[in-house]
Design a protein around this ligand. Structure first.
Ligand SMILES: [Zn+2]
Length: 249
């Protein structure tokens, strides 16, 4: 049999005549297995756990189980049941507050650690990005690029790019270098109408390889500089403004 109120276990008194729930302390009379709730009214009315305990003692029960009888801190179990509860020497409210504050501190510390990890990750990513983007940065000088050799390759902005061993055949202009870009070509063979078109402050250095151009091998404008070293050049080069072309006629 279980408590009709809370399903708690019973303790018995009066040769099985009376049952008391060990959980909620409800009292029941037992007649041939039929439980009848015993409603205890304290003198002056209302529910009084101490009077309930006295009443139960008169029926033959011992003192209420200790978890309900620790003094200090009143716990309302609902239904007017006033229980006296203490957990680890604290009132239930105090206990929950302490528990909650240690949990909150746990969360705060966890959040700070995660925050540091995230910041560390962002910092590292930023450092890598800076290394990749900064002019003269280690990762950037001569960064190897890929070129399919079928369409115009463009080097622009502050790009610092290296192409190696590409055999290109482009109908228009093979390579366009603009702005401050620095392009290094090594062992690249270009067949195109215009081999290299360099503008602004672009700097192209070609070592070995070949340019076979039907219109111009190199067209350099503004302050661009194109140097061909040991390159087999077919087709006329053209320089205007302060642009300079070496190694190609
Ligand atoms: Zn119960």
């Amino acid at each position: 049999m279980q408590c009709l109120n809370c399903g708690g276990a019973f303790e018995w008194a009066g040769n099985g005549q009376y049952a008391r729930c060990t959980r909620c302390l409800a009292l029941f009379g037992n007649e041939n297995g039929q439980l009848t709730p015993i409603v205890v009214q304290a003198p002056g009315g209302g529910n009084n756990p101490e009077f309930n305990a006295m009443f139960a003692q008169n029926l033959g029960f011992g003192p209420p189980p200790p978890q309900h009888n620790l003094g200090a801190g009143t716990f309302d179990a609902g239904g007017g049941q006033q229980l006296q509860v203490k957990i680890n020497g604290k009132t239930p409210e105090g206990y929950l507050k302490d528990k909650a504050s240690s949990m909150i501190w746990g969360w705060i510390i966890g959040a700070v650690i995660i925050g540091l990890l995230v910041l560390g990750g962002i910092g590292l990513a930023g450092y890598i990005y800076y290394q990749a983007k900064s002019p003269g940065g280690g990762a950037q000088t001569g960064a190897a690029a890929t070129w399919d050799g079928k369409s115009t390759f463009e080097c622009k902005g502050n790009d610092v790019v290296a192409l190696t061993g590409v055999k290109a055949n482009v109908s228009g202009t093979a390579i366009k270098a603009s702005a401050n870009c620095q392009l290094t070509l090594t062992g690249v063979d270009i067949t195109a109408a215009v081999g290299i078109e360099a503008s602004a402050s672009a700097k192209v250095t070609m070592t070995g390889g070949s340019i076979t151009a039907t219109t111009n091998s190199v067209v350099a404008t503004a302050a661009a500089k194109v140097d061909c070293v040991g390159t087999k050049v077919t087709g006329k080069s053209k320089a205007s403004g302060a642009a300079k072309v070496t190694g190609a006629n």
